[in-house]
Design a protein. Structure first.
Length: 235
């Protein structure tokens, strides 16, 4: 009861993540990146995404990860305030479903799942998601490739995740269709972009303000890259 009472009026932001092992993360960026560079960049993305989530008031930040070993490795470099949900079943569908259900069971009133590579997502998008759930059942943050960077809910929604074919341009459209079939009232946030390809990474580099302080960890990782090679591949 004590834990539920502590979180009853708060929201949970759950980041879908895994340990940044070389050769197992951001491999779609290889080439032009090496596996070592991709792992370093993923670490930067994840750290900046976590720090972004921690700036949102009245929210607790958690990570949902594939295994206890992943959680152990992530604890070595993520802020100690971050909580962990270890998946009982593998796969992205299970990650999202278990993140929602475990957070609601813990007493959170709102649950938001976001991807681990949104280092420059505007904070106001997360704040808008919080507000959107006051009057809606669901909220989505669309990505330009047809997926979504955020899904938020106030109740279990396995119908959104079970049997979904991920990493396709129809993920958001299929998710909206499933929500409407359940008579769910929903709201869409402004769209954002993924960081899965060299083209998208070169866009991020171009859009980072030269003297800015945003995405500090990503900036550090980008300092190890050969920009010209990256832009040549992306063009």
């Amino acid at each position: 009861m004590g834990e539920i009472n502590k979180v009853a009026n708060k929201a949970a932001i759950v980041v879908v993540a895994k340990a940044p092992r070389v050769g197992q993360v951001k491999t779609r960026l290889c080439p032009p990146l090496s596996y070592q560079q991709a792992a370093a960049l993923y670490t930067g993305f994840l750290l900046d995404t976590i720090e972004l989530a921690l700036t949102v008031a009245d929210c607790h930040v958690k990570v949902v990860c594939p295994s206890a070993q992943d959680a152990l490795e992530l604890k070595q470099f993520l802020p100690p305030v971050v909580g962990y949900i270890v998946q009982q079943t593998p796969g992205l569908s299970a990650a999202l479903n278990e993140a929602v259900e475990e957070s609601l069971k813990a007493g959170y009133q709102k649950v938001f799942c976001i991807s681990s590579d949104n280092p420059t997502l505007p904070t106001q998008y997360l704040e808008a998601a919080l507000t959107a759930l006051d009057d809606n059942h669901l909220v989505f943050g669309p990505t330009e490739d047809g997926g979504y960077y955020l899904v938020g809910t106030k109740a279990p929604c396995p119908y959104l995740f079970e049997g979904m074919i991920w990493s396709t341009e129809t993920v958001l459209a299929e998710s909206l269709e499933r929500a409407w079939r359940e008579n769910m009232r929903l709201q869409l946030l402004p769209s954002w972009y993924d960081l899965d390809t060299a083209h998208e990474l070169s866009r991020l580099i171009r859009e980072l303000s030269p003297n800015g302080s945003e995405a500090h960890h990503t900036r550090q990782a980008l300092g190890l890259l050969d920009y010209q090679e990256l832009f040549d591949v992306a063009s």
